[in-house]
Design a protein. Structure first.
Length: 308
């Protein structure tokens, strides 16, 4: 499973960010163009961080989240959750929070355009998956006290807190599916709910299953590709975009499919798992964030942080 998307701008900023990036108006990326791979509120927050350093942001939406084709398994699982049938709810992305609690709209809500950014609209594929699964979502006030909640990392924990839910466990040494399994705190757990992406790797389900835990893992949302406009692809291939921020294996695959792996653009990844995926696809990764957030990706550029 890839690192969680950095939906909580700023919570993972390194202590040395100010030293590396000059001051808030110094423009250490002045004149540069940064491609952001997602739209909506994520792009709004990310664009603000990037523009603070003097760069232009281009929102080239590569992926979008939509409701699962079959919502029945998720609906049934959430009904069991309301009844207190699960010892734990394990959440591995802010998008999963939105899908089950509704803190960020429904799983199928089309994202807004990023205010203040150069947004190149995708083609007709942007209209995929408009059916919402919102009716089955659970209200924070209905969440059973007997069920504890695990978050894969800080972005997910923030999304849960913003939705009115407590977080009982978060891995300390590595914010990833692997870290969550390695640090799992409850050997007595019998049954957990793991709402997941349609593209999720089985790391958590298999890892906790090996501990003798029954894992219910319904698909909470699908990740679908969105085509870049021909105009934006031309800009990238002509060297008019300086950096592309790759934030998951899905963005890696879509960028490789649509642009190729040899475009004249500097690749920056959100963490080691995305770096692994990017290298496997054929990209040369220049910089890797120390923690999964946009500020950390900017920090990696400023500090010339090579992938580990």
């Amino acid at each position: 499973m890839t690192e969680p998307f950095a939906d909580n701008m700023g919570d993972s900023r390194g202590d040395n960010m100010g030293d590396l990036l000059a001051d808030d108006t110094g423009g250490s990326l002045a004149g540069k163009v940064v491609l952001l791979p997602r739209g909506g509120r994520w792009a709004d927050s990310a664009s603000a961080e990037v523009r603070r350093l003097g760069a232009e942001t281009v929102v080239g939406e590569l992926i979008r989240f939509v409701a699962p084709a079959d919502t029945a398994p998720l609906t049934a699982a959430l009904a069991r959750l309301r009844e207190g049938d699960y010892d734990w709810l394990v959440v591995t992305s802010p998008r999963a929070v939105a899908a089950i609690v509704g803190a960020d709209g429904t799983a199928a809500t089309a994202p807004e355009s990023a205010t203040g950014s150069t947004t190149i609209q995708p083609d007709a594929r942007q209209n995929l998956g408009t059916e919402s699964a919102a009716d089955s979502r659970i209200a924070a006030s209905d969440f059973p006290d007997s069920t504890r909640i695990a978050a894969v990392g800080s972005a997910t924990a923030t999304a849960l807190t913003n939705a009115g839910l407590r977080v009982d466990f978060q891995p300390l040494t590595e914010q990833s599916a692997r870290g969550l399994v390695r640090e799992w705190p409850d050997s007595s757990a019998k049954r957990i709910l793991l709402p997941r992406s349609s593209l999720a790797e089985p790391t958590v389900a298999e890892g906790l299953g090996q501990l003798g835990i029954q894992v219910d893992d319904p698909v909470a949302y699908q990740t679908v590709g969105v085509d870049l406009s021909p105009a934006l692809r031309t800009r990238i291939q002509n060297g008019e975009v300086d950096y592309v921020f790759l934030t998951s294996g899905s963005t890696v695959r879509e960028f490789a499919r649509q642009v190729g792996t040899d475009a004249p653009v500097t690749v920056v990844t959100i963490g080691p798992i995305t770096t692994r995926d990017a290298r496997a696809a054929g990209f040369a990764v220049a910089y890797e964030a120390a923690t999964p957030s946009i500020p950390a990706m900017l920090d990696a550029i400023a500090g010339r942080r090579d992938p580990l």
